[in-house]
Write a protein that binds this ligand. Sequence first.
Ligand code: ATP
Ligand code: MG
Length: 730
Amino acid sequence: MDYLAGLNDRQREAVLHTEGPLLIMAGAGSGKTRVVTHKIAYLIEKQGIFPGNILAITFTNKAASEMKERTSKLLDTNVDDMWIGTFHSICVRILRRDIDKIGYDRSFTIYDRDDQITLIRECIKELNLDKDMYKESSVLSKISSLKDEQITPDEHINENYGDFRERNIGELYALYQNKLKKYNALDFDDLLIKTVELLINNKDILGYYQRKFQYVFVDEYQDTNKVQYELVKLLSAKYRNICVVGDADQSIYAWRGADISNILDFEKDFEGAKVILLEQNYRSTQNILDVANKVIKNNYGRKEKELWTDNHKGEPIVYEQLPSSDDEAYFVANKIHHLIYKGYKPSDIAILYRTNAQSRSFEEMFMKEELPYKIVGGLRFYDRKEVKDIIAYLKVLQNPADNISLKRIINTPKRGIGNATVDKIEEYAIEKGESIYEALLAIDGIDTLSSRAKNSVKPFIDMMNILMAKKEIMGLKDFIEDVIASSGYIQDLEKDNTIESRTRIDNIMEFLSVAVNFEERSEGGHLEDFLASVSLLSDVDKTIDQENLITMMTVHSAKGLEFPVVFLVGMEEGLFPISRSFDNEDDMEEERRLCYVAVTRAEKQLFITNAQRRVIYGRVDYSLPSRFLEEMGDTIERPEKEIVKTNNTLEEELLRVRDFTVSNIIKPSPKKRNKSNLDINIGDKIKHKKWGIGTIVQIKDKEDDKEITVAFDKDGLKRLLLSLAPIEII
Ligand code: ATP
Ligand code: MG
């Protein structure tokens, strides 16, 4: 096979440049990843390089297995000897062989997030620090960023000697590292750091890998952090055959320490590096690229580059503003039915959203509509811990005999009730033939419990008893809100104030939205019925065809991937861009790059949607369309009914939207006015509410509607949907 076929001149040049450092910086869909796979195949097949002499680093495990698959398909042989994987998996491989040289045992354990929490909790206790002041997650993320910057505990302590809190964090950091060492364990940051340490301190080991890895590749280079760059530099130092590919416009992990200066450093550190720019995009239609170009232009300090393609202009980009998030989900489901009817496969389609919590309304709609889907890089909504926890509270309140749910929540969030205490209560309950809850009610009579243990449980019992009484008199949503507040669940997460805890809070609020919707739909809104409906939703048949599924995921996890059809949903101010980026220009630019990543995943069709009214955080919110939509300008087809920009303040505007929405759209839920059988003909004169008088110049059938093109006297040609357009025939 000719590995140079199917490549343009510049790509070919990149493949043929086998010796010496190479930097490929190019826009989305320009074939960077394709160059990497073709180049690997070329090296093996044409240059006779042994696969074991090649190292390829990707950003996710999914990308690694895809690259492995593509390469072995190209070569038609297995490439098992090649090292291909994420930074973490490569490091584990190196450490398993030689970590004993830096004082660990080769059977070391890798600590995941939960293990880390347990460990840092131990440290906080040992140093007698206030656990409310030193929340586990925030201490951990601080330690993680110190590690990435290669600042030692001592350095941090010395630098912050006057700062009581930072000094304590330094002490915690030191103790945490000591304990990791003592337990022969490494956290995720350590995997990288210890690998670098091992290589720097053991020249023979470093020499071995430097000789072994004659060719090194790094995909998505723009998202590597300092330590990762350090590692790449070490490994490729001997042969200097290092090829990194990336796109500065797609840098979306600055918040995790990824450093764009690595791109600039590359040219400095690898003198004489060849730089190849790819310009032609092969993935998307020109219409899609126009949207991407138009948005990313608004970032300052970027190298000017425009994506172009030989592909057709393609379908216009559909932008639809829906009255509510449920309508949005319905619109998307409906379009998907149509696409599948036209011949697309479910696996051709992706739904991309900014935050995981948004998947919920789509999940419910897709279940109802029997559309097969999967969620990548996140748990299905009802499988998430925080959602399960809140449901467990409700289950106990509904059914106190539910021991399993009770055990799940009795010490969640932490309220100082030890496992031993729970065990003793359970033993007592079993002996008496009662439920655990009944045993709790008679806690004073449990002799095996110390009075301290009893006191630890009493506030919980009081809280549950009060909630049980409230259940009888409160509405569903208010009740659930009360449960969440009384349990202290959110307060606990708020103290954390980390990315993860914020996500969890979002999900709980989203769960509250489920209740609001349920209450609107159902009669009476009984807790019992609500729990039944939720249990049914969370227990859908999981044995569907795993291959041919619609993909739902966040934009972050879509990096590097492509789909024939993309729905970019929830394009609202505050959601995308996310509100916490409003007062920080750097964060806003990262949001914009994220938007660029999202748009450029689409090959043939791109749909963009938003909702005027979204039940979020358990309350009804009205949002304006995302500023990115405005930046897209005329590259997208605007709906007729989009809220017109005014000079109002945001508050005035929201009020206006609210009035507009409530009076005109929301009640009842918008149904098409049935105008589609209206007798219209080309040449008819019409009057439009906004654009005035015009003449119909074209009529097209569209689903169960008609699309008419009208030449307006003042505003020129417009395309309108007959059923929706505010027109009358004159
Ligand atoms: P991203 O920045 O999103 O990671 P990328 O630059 O890595 O994009 P690829 O995924 O390698 O781009 O390529 C995008 C699409 O274009 C793929 O489907 C790929 O097969 C196709 N492609 C790339 N180069 C060519 C070419 N010369 N001829 C035909 N198709 C190509
Ligand atoms: Mg790529």
